[in-house]
Design a protein. Structure first.
Length: 360
């Protein structure tokens, strides 16, 4: 049986895929996130409150699975926590238990957090430094943070913030101003230690707000963060927005980001047709139905389906999930996804290996 031998590092492979150069196999990008706690046998709370454990978990997960990225947070809640919201840490995904802005006057006493001092931001930076020192020459490290719209919801509460858009738009913009400045300050510090930046703005989904609201309350601030990151890093961040984003793909590309990470609710082939000449695409294997609840055969079939739709995107394509990896995903399914990239995604890519007929 032929065993595929990789000839590039994860870092080399990712750069090649996004710059139109040959690579040994298509990159696989997994937001391992809190699944790393399972890999090293600690609780999610322990993992999230220790720079050493975060680094250990990300390094162990990369060595175990062979995906092409590592990530040390701060995730969807880290910036909101540093501004003043209180988190809960069950042995599953951390969540905001108490929002810091309950009344409009609460905003007046808040300031942009210092990444070296406030919340757990110092832990995320320390974890990134440890990971980069050990494996940074081999694999890209990204630090994914919530985008402005989601961070504003994290300090105000999603339901209340969505009401603010209608009832008090000036206040909504004040919230967005604070969180945008906070994200930029953290991202600048993260780039300073050698990380790439990923933005995740799930609350800005077309499932939650209209395209008009996206253009008014999300797009300007996402663009501002993107410009700031590109200025200090030399290249723009990636962007993930959950749900059905098909009506805002042009606006998402207008932000200037380098990669659009697409939810499994949308069609990569359609995104390729509409914005593939402007931005790279990543996705969109089903995180729950396939990765968490499916079998390795299901994973391989879903991966072929995604490859068939995205492999020839003009600006590049990376195989990945439609959202974050569920914490208790069976390890054999993660192995199957990377295996699919090795068996179906070898260079030069042959569409016969992942034809739509095979993927059906």
């Amino acid at each position: 049986m032929y065993v595929f031998a990789e000839t590039m590092t994860s870092k080399e492979r990712t750069v090649a895929a996004l710059t139109g150069k040959p690579y040994d196999r298509i990159p696989v990008n997994l937001l391992i996130s809190d699944h790393a706690a399972r890999v090293i046998g600690v609780t999610v709370g322990e993992y999230n409150n220790s720079a050493r454990l975060m680094a250990q978990g990300q390094i162990a997960a990369w060595r175990r699975y062979g995906a092409d990225n590592v990530n040390t947070g701060p995730g969807l809640t880290g910036i909101a926590e540093a501004i003043g919201s209180r988190l809960a840490f069950p042995d599953s995904t951390p969540y905001v238990a108490d929002h810091v802005v309950k009344e409009e006057a609460d905003l007046d006493r808040l300031t942009v957090p210092d990444p070296e001092r406030h919340g757990r931001l110092p832990l995320f930076l320390e974890a990134a430094t440890i990971v980069l020192k050990e494996i940074g020459d081999q694999v890209p490290l990204s630090m994914t943070t919530s985008g402005p719209f989601t961070t504003a919801a994290g300090i105000r509460g999603t339901e209340q913030f969505l009401r603010d858009l209608h009832r008090n738009p000036a206040f909504a913009h004040r919230l967005l101003r604070l969180v945008t400045d906070s994200i930029i300050r953290f991202a600048t510090a993260a780039v300073g230690v050698g990380a790439r930046i990923g933005l995740a703005d799930p609350t800005a989904s077309g499932t939650m707000i209209s395209p008009r609201q996206f253009r008014e309350f999300a797009l300007p601030y996402l663009r501002e963060v993107t410009v700031a990151v590109a200025r200090v890093a030399g290249f723009p961040p990636s962007l993930h927005i959950c749900g059905n984003t098909s009506k805002i793909w042009p606006e998402m590309a207008d932000t200037g980001v380098s990669v659009l990470s697409l939810d499994d609710a949308v069609d990569i082939a359609e995104a390729r047709r509409l914005v593939g000449d402007r931005v790279a695409l990543l996705g969109n294997v089903r995180p729950t139905a396939t990765m968490f609840m499916g079998t390795p055969d299901d994973v391989r079939a879903n991966a072929r389906e995604c490859l068939a739709k995205g492999w020839d995107n003009p600006k590049g394509y990376i195989l990945g999930l439609g959202c974050g990896l569920p914490i208790d995903t069976p390890p054999e399914n993660i192995h199957a996804l990377v295996e699919a990239a090795r068996t179906c995604g070898r260079w030069p890519l042959d569409p016969a290996n992942f034809s739509r007929e095979q993927a059906a």
